[in-house]
Design a protein. Structure first.
Length: 241
């Protein structure tokens, strides 16, 4: 049986909490960015971001827990549901630093965020131009074929209304082409901590569940579609339970 979301606290209380949480978050970001500028080595920068993200969430009362990390081989392709702007922060805080995020290219234009994502080796996908999208996809596929561990949000975005959106094919193409295991990762709690329709966060629990890896069963487009549908069915089953 699906659980109903907990009622939100009154707006004045959320505003008061936001007046504490956002300055703390921004202060930690301001302290981290200059170090990222000079710190050599992608692995070191990713470890720094992991510590900074975990510290920021802990300081503002958002506790992240993870189950199933034993299911996470390296390399692999991780697919996660997308329900809040906090999703990437929570994953950065919890996942090993070997993972690179595959993100829509629009994030590259966000002041501060785009530069930070580049410094930690994020891979950008252009969704507005077919030719540029194909070029970006080829770059990501080459990285997967070299054995890089990748994280995708296969929905591509999130909506104000809760619910799992259709999955795009990119993650499943990468897993098939590189012959990598595909690992579903369930995110719970970020939507309540920071709903899509507000800038007022709220403390709470964020829980990540790593499921057992999936493998492509058939070659070609049929195999990718079957893998995508099998993964999406697992997300629906988990999120509605």
């Amino acid at each position: 049986m699906a659980t109903h979301p907990a009622p939100q606290p009154p707006l004045p209380v959320r505003i008061a909490y936001a007046m504490y949480a956002w300055p703390v978050f921004l202060l930690l970001a301001a302290a981290t960015l200059p170090v990222l500028l000079i710190l050599p080595g992608l692995s070191r920068r990713r470890r720094l971001i992991r510590r900074a993200a975990a510290t920021a969430l802990r300081c503002i009362g958002m506790r992240v827990s993870v189950t199933g990390l034993r299911h996470l081989p390296h390399p692999c392709v991780v697919v996660a549901n997308h329900e809040s702007y906090l999703d990437g922060v929570a994953l950065a805080a919890a996942l090993p630093p070997q993972f690179g995020f595959v993100i829509k290219r629009e994030m590259r234009a966000v002041p501060g965020a785009g530069w930070l994502l580049e410094r930690i080796g994020a891979h950008f996908i252009h969704r507005g131009s077919e030719s540029r999208g194909r070029h970006d996809t080829r770059q990501v596929l080459r990285r997967a074929e070299r054995g890089e561990a990748l994280v995708f949000f296969p929905e591509g975005t999130f909506h104000r209304t809760p619910g799992l959106l259709p999955f795009r094919d990119g993650a499943f193409v990468a897993a098939q082409r590189a012959d990598l295991p595909l690992v579903p990762l369930i995110i719970r709690g970020t939507r309540r901590c920071l709903p899509p329709d507000t800038a007022f966060p709220w403390p709470g629990r964020i829980h990540l569940t790593v499921l057992e890896p999936l493998r492509v069963r058939h070659p070609g487009a049929a195999g990718r579609a079957e893998l995508r549908d099998r993964a999406r069915a697992l997300f629906i089953e988990q999120l509605e339970s």
